[in-house]
Design a protein around this ligand. Structure first.
Ligand code: HEC
Length: 105
């Protein structure tokens, strides 16, 4: 008798649980939250060297900076914060940031 009562109870639990929660929850997220860099020449170098310490949001939330400012940002990451980026890649990243997140000089 006890076993039957338990079996009936165990069979009911999932039904009650399913009834108590909505079967499908749909959430709409605003905008693009993927934190990937915009595609383009140099985006690979930026992905390799600029996501080690923080997300791409540090770049994408800046106002459009001109080349001199992006150059200064990359230099600051290297000199002040110790980012290890070869010169060739740093130059490519500055080009990329100016083209994709910058404004014409
Ligand atoms: C060695 C770690 C490190 C790497 C690698 C790195 N950053 Fe940063 N970055 C930081 C730190 C630390 C801050 C300051 C965080 C804070 O103030 O909260 C920062 C902040 C920033 C900011 C915000 C503005 C500012 O000056 O504080 C930008 C833009 C930025 N980084 C861009 C880049 C780019 C572009 C790259 C790739 C070339 C890069 N970072 C690579 C450590 C790094």
């Amino acid at each position: 008798m006890k076993i039957i009562a338990f079996a009936a109870f165990a069979a009911l639990v999932p039904l009650v649980a399913a009834g108590a929660t909505p079967s499908k929850v749909s959430v709409t997220m605003p905008g693009d939250l993927s934190f990937a860099f915009k595609p383009g020449p140099g985006s690979q170098a930026a992905t390799t060297y600029c996501l080690i310490c923080h997300s791409s949001a540090y770049v994408s939330t800046q106002p459009p900076l001109d080349r001199a400012h992006w150059d200064a940002e990359v230099t600051k990451m290297r000199k002040a914060f110790g980012a290890t980026i070869p010169d060739k890649d740093a130059a490519e990243i500055v080009d990329y940031l100016t083209a994709s997140y910058g404004k014409a000089p």
